[in-house]
Design a protein around this ligand. Structure first.
Ligand code: KG4
Ligand code: ZN
Length: 334
């Protein structure tokens, strides 16, 4: 089955074409992302109104480019999967309305996909991952641990009590005057730094070993930058010390979940999964306990439509379809 995926939940408009014959297995024929980082960088974060307005301009060319890259036309498409939430409601609506229009005019089955399920299944675009697995989904808006027992059968086992991990990267980058989005800049700066130079606190949630908390580290960096010691520490040392602390705070609950739920496979996904230090540390910690880490390549870590197409395709293959009453849900839980 040839599935068109459409994603517009935040500031990236994306389209993808995948070919699939069984749940969780697909060949990506095209995956195109129109990134708006340059537009939002001036404001130090995503401006929802600007994001949705730019999606209106980007969505059609992105779908056309995906079809061209796949050497296909709309008449080759057999089903459409579109992100229905969670996300910015104005942004979600653009992708959703466009997908509904296509589905109605071409008489194609349409399914709405939870963005988090997309991230959770993204590693399956490139690897066979045995279920059940524990998945750490860490992005700008979410940091959660899920247990995936089967397609469509997921349980939230841990969550952040305050900020998301990507949000911590973005806020600390802003405090350091590094611009937006912060994750990639902090990672690059960290390469020349000493992660042991500053001892930053590692927060653990009392009585909830699978939960996260990142607001304290952001405050710790803010306090540090106001103090005298800030004058003697280089930005690469601060970046590396901060990154190491966040990695520690992501690795410990993830391993705790894999141990408690007794899964051999661990999945790492979401924008923060692009962080090489996190990938290395989590892979090492997993293999030290006889477990295996599966993380998507960088292009499938950040928001993309291939993961949305994959997450919708097992339902399309089963003959499911949503009605055209399908609505955007900003706070949709998994
Ligand atoms: O999944 P994503 O593209 O969008 C959301 O759904 O939020 O994630 C974006 C987040 C941003 O907070 C960004 O700073 C973070 O992922 N990020 C990174 C890296 N690349 C992106 N964080 C740490 N290291 C990176 N290399
Ligand atoms: Zn995302």
């Amino acid at each position: 089955m040839i599935v068109l995926g459409i994603e517009s939940s935040c500031d990236d408009a994306a389209a993808a074409v995948i070919e699939t014959t069984e749940p969780g297995r697909a060949v990506v024929r095209a995956s195109v992302v129109a990134n708006q980082d340059d537009i939002h960088a001036a404001y130090g974060g995503v401006v929802p109104e600007l994001a949705s307005r730019n999606h209106v301009v980007a969505i059609m060319p992105v779908v056309e480019r995906a079809l061209r890259t796949a050497s296909m036309t709309l008449s080759d498409i057999e089903g459409i999967a579109v992100t229905k939430g969670p996300g910015l409601v104005g942004s979600l609506l653009v992708g959703l309305m466009y997908a509904k229009g296509l589905a109605q005019s071409l008489d194609l089955p349409l399914v709405g996909v939870n963005h988090l399920e997309g991230h959770l299944l993204a590693p399956l675009l490139e690897h066979g991952v045995p279920m059940p697995f524990v998945a750490l989904v860490a992005s700008g808006g979410h940091t959660s641990l899920f247990l995936a027992e089967d397609f469509g059968c997921y349980r939230t086992v841990g969550r952040t009590r305050d900020d998301a991990a990507g949000e911590a990267f973005d806020k600390v980058a802003k405090l350091m005057g590094l611009g937006y989005p912060g994750g990639r800049v902090i990672e690059e700066l960290s390469r020349g730094g000493n992660s042991k130079r500053i001892r930053l606190p590692r927060a653990r949630v009392k009585g909830a070993p699978m939960d996260f908390s990142f607001s304290g580290i952001k405050t710790a960096v803010a306090v540090f930058l106001r103090g005298e010691q800030a004058l003697t520490v280089t930005p690469p040392d601060l970046a590396a010390s901060f990154q190491e602390a966040v990695v520690d705070m992501l690795v410990a609950p993830t391993l705790a979940a894999a141990r408690q739920l007794d899964t051999r496979a661990i999945v790492l996904s979401g924008g923060v999964a692009a962080n090489q230090r996190l990938r290395t540390r989590l892979a090492e910690a997993a293999s030290a306990e006889g477990r295996q880490l599966f993380a998507p390549s960088l292009k499938y870590c950040t928001d993309n439509a291939a993961m949305i197409a994959l997450a919708g395709s097992y339902r399309l293959l089963a003959g499911e379809r949503d009605s055209l009453n399908l609505d955007a849900q900003a706070n949709l839980p998994l």
